[in-house]
Design a protein around this ligand. Structure first.
Ligand SMILES: CC(C)(COP(=O)(O)OP(=O)(O)OC[C@H]1O[C@@H](n2cnc3c(N)ncnc32)[C@H](O)[C@@H]1OP(=O)(O)O)[C@@H](O)C(=O)NCCC(=O)NCCS
Length: 302
């Protein structure tokens, strides 16, 4: 990435890769944009340096000061393609609306193409959705709804997945190594994985009174009857752990959304949207939200 003059910025600018020494600058930008809600330095080391092949931070400098950044995480998909996932998007207030995000996205494109990626994906708030929608190649596919359920309310007595048909969808491939990094080695959250007869669910508790986030539900094979058993067991487990509410969100196939609604989950507000940029023709069909199955563990940024 070379140093060059940008017509939009009155300063000398450069996009470079982050280094371990950028932990402080990263934390300062994150605090500025999202508040003091996390030990960001720890998160930086985990996300970008526990396996440097996995994620790269792109840093935008204007006159040697950090003016913006975004992270690119490489993730394999279940259809054999690889996606770059854009995260940690922040531009300092004084540099906004001057093309910094656009430049960073251009560099992210180049990086992901070089590493064999077929598309870019991101889970963005309203401001980033408005901006990305104006950046070449990007499409905002769908809002990401949040689903909530009172865990103390009784579950239906009989099976409800009858008559619902599973369809083939694409997801991020969470192999064992990724699970260890994502859940066991997370620097901030404590996750617990519950294995049931029907599959596994990964959960975390937060707040007071506690809510339970169901961040990942998996079953092999991914059949609705099996998913039903796993969601039921996860709700029961959260109840025994003292949670009042079960929360999950994501881009689920229509049949799985129906299943959750039959099990008593209700849709709440969507604060994020799913955005993609297709980089190779093989990934063209992925610019359609109905072909995806994404869960909180795929989406959550912190
Ligand atoms: C969202 C954000 C990253 C945009 O960065 P930026 O450098 O200002 O974006 P750019 O200047 O490259 O803008 C690209 C295009 O989006 C438009 N745009 C930028 N911010 C916008 C906004 N908030 N609403 C509508 N359009 C916006 C720009 O006008 C430009 O379009 P144009 O050239 O056709 O006029 C920046 O506002 C920010 O850091 N916000 C706070 C942190 C945050 O919310 N991050 C997203 C987390 S998911």
């Amino acid at each position: 990435m070379s140093v060059r003059e940008s017509p939009d910025l009155p300063t000398r600018t450069e996009v470079r890769f982050g280094t371990p020494e950028d932990a402080g600058a990263y934390a300062a930008l994150m605090r500025l944009a999202f508040g003091d809600v996390q030990p960001y330095e720890l998160r930086y080391r985990w996300q970008y340096w526990s396996d440097p092949q996995h994620s790269k931070l792109l840093v935008f400098e204007a006159d040697d000061n950090v003016a913006g950044m975004l992270g690119v995480e490489m993730r394999p998909l279940t259809n054999g393609l690889v996606s770059g996932v854009i995260r940690d998007i922040v531009v300092t207030p004084q540099h906004r609306r001057r093309g910094v995000l656009r430049r960073l996205c251009g560099e992210a494109n180049r990086l992901v193409v070089k590493r064999g990626g077929a598309l870019l994906a991101s889970f963005v708030n309203a401001a980033a959705a408005s901006a990305l929608a104006r950046v070449a190649g990007w499409q905002i596919l769908t809002p990401i709804p949040v689903l909530r359920r009172d865990v103390r309310a009784e579950l239906p007595r009989t099976r409800v997945s009858e008559g619902l048909l599973a369809r083939e969808v694409v997801a991020f491939d969470r192999n064992r190594q990724n699970r260890v990094w994502r859940f066991d080695q997370h620097p901030v959250h404590e996750y617990f994985t519950a294995s049931f007869r029907t599959g596994i669910a990964v959960m975390k508790l937060f707040g007071d009174p506690p809510s339970g986030d169901i961040v990942d539900v998996n079953a092999v094979p991914l059949e609705l009857e099996v998913l039903e058993g796993t969601y039921r067991a996860a709700v029961e487990r959260l109840r025994t752990m003292g949670a009042h509410e079960a929360v999950t969100w994501g881009i689920l196939p229509a049949s799985e959304r129906d299943l959750l609604s039959r099990l008593g989950w209700q849709s709440g507000d969507a604060s994020r949207s799913f955005a993609v940029s297709v980089l190779r023709p093989e990934a063209k069909s992925l610019a359609d939200a109905s072909g995806w199955r994404l869960q909180p563990a795929d989406i959550e940024h912190f």
